[in-house]
Design a protein around this ligand. Structure first.
Ligand code: PLP
Length: 378
């Protein structure tokens, strides 16, 4: 199984980030090496203090990144992605009960892949092009669809090309969607994306192409820290919620690890963080088991990781569709199933909870159709 390890420097920067979030203030000049402090501030989207002193994170612009234009007019499709953040946070009234409020963060409000993966496609390509200005390259990536769509979109916008490797188990519709977006699609035997990494690495190297590698690229974790986690914090504060927990799926572990680092550092154990993975021996598109190898999950704290079967995931997709009118994706169904289990077990105290919904159900017509057509009683 794949093993990922973080560089020592990255881990040290995260410690500084955690310290800033915990105290809410930045002392300048810093007690740690100045380069580390600057990187930590950059990761949080904060300015470097103009002169020595003690500054609240807000004074250094912690929340300034999040400023969508009120009338939703954008200068480009790329701007439509990042300037439109935050993605909505909506109360699910049918799941809220007994003093527990359930709020879904709808990542399918991202425009390219209609998923959380637009964030990392944007961030990985932007960071690459910042380091290699004017590069005319082909982006190679192993994907279960969403990262592929996000990279295909970024390639289209920035004048690049994308060649995407999909495991054979991914729904057939993905080939059409990715090809329509202008990407080259390669199917490979395998059930999970991470199994293809070495091959993609090798082929990219031989072709002189670029493998951004969502599984190891810290631009993944960083975009979720600077935007996904921070915008959720701002939303929760502005809505006056009593946040008690956040539940989300684990694929690369990027979004939930960044959310964990942010909320655990800022609010301690008053906010519980739960990850969701497929039950042993099963597959749910977009998420996978921790033991298949993840980078960031090991650098942060989770209060629990729940196993969910594909049947439970689909049942909860249907439940949410039929009570709330939104067709969520299968991993979002898994997140809902995990949340319901925690609630039924009596593990959740009264307060507000966030479930992160990575994408919507329109890509999963094949899985939904097999489920809906199965003989009664199965
Ligand atoms: N759900 C879906 C549908 C996804 O595409 C992904 C990522 O591939 C995830 C969940 C997991 O997100 P992450 O890679 O940030 O752990």
């Amino acid at each position: 199984m794949a093993r990922f390890s973080a560089s020592e420097r990255f881990v040290r920067v995260l410690e500084v980030v955690a310290g800033y979030l915990r105290s809410g203030v930045v002392e300048w000049p810093p007690e740690v090496e100045e380069g580390l402090a600057r990187e930590a501030l950059e990761m949080l989207g904060c300015r470097v203090p103009p002169r020595p002193g003690r500054y609240a994170l807000e004074e250094l612009g912690l929340y300034d990144d999040i400023s969508p234009p009120p009338l939703r007019v954008f200068e480009s499709t790329e701007e439509l992605l990042w300037r439109n953040w935050p993605t909505p946070l909506v109360k699910l009234r049918s799941l809220s009960r007994g003093g527990v409020g359930v709020w879904a963060k709808l990542e399918f409000y991202n425009p390219f892949s209609m998923s959380v993966k637009d964030r990392i496609g944007w961030s990985m390509v932007r960071e690459y092009l910042a380091r290699n200005p004017g590069a005319r390259v082909i982006l190679y990536e192993a994907t279960s669809t969403n990262t592929g769509l996000a990279l295909a979109a970024m390639a289209a916008i920035r004048g690049l090309k994308a060649r995407l490797y999909l495991p054979s188990t991914v729904q057939k519709a993905s080939d059409v969607l990715l090809a329509a977006m202008g990407a080259e699609v390669c199917r490979r035997p395998g059930s999970i994306t991470v199994e293809l990494i070495d091959e993609v690495d090798e082929e990219a190297r031989r072709a002189g192409a670029v493998h951004l590698n969502q599984f190891e690229n810290d631009a993944n974790f960083k975009v979720h820290l600077r935007y996904t986690a921070k915008e959720l914090d701002l939303q929760v504060r502005s809505a006056g919620l009593r946040l008690r927990g956040i539940v989300g799926g684990l694929g690369t572990s990027g979004h939930m690890s960044a959310i964990s680092l942010y909320f655990k550092s800022r609010y301690g154990d008053s906010v519980r963080i739960y990850g969701v993975q497929p039950a042993p021996g099963t597959a749910i598109p977009g998420i996978r088991r921790i033991e298949t190898g993840m980078k960031w999950v090991h650098l942060v704290r989770f209060d629990g990781v729940l196993d969910v079967s594909p049947e439970e995931a689909i049942e909860h997709v249907l439940r949410v569709a039929r009570s709330e009118g939104i067709l969520i994706g299968l991993s979002a169904g898994a997140v809902t199933a995990a949340f319901e289990r925690l609630l039924e077990r009596g593990e959740l105290e009264a307060g507000d909870y966030v479930v992160v919904y990575p994408d919507q159900g329109f890509k999963y017509v094949e899985q939904l159709s097999s489920y809906l057509q199965r003989p009664a009683g199965e």
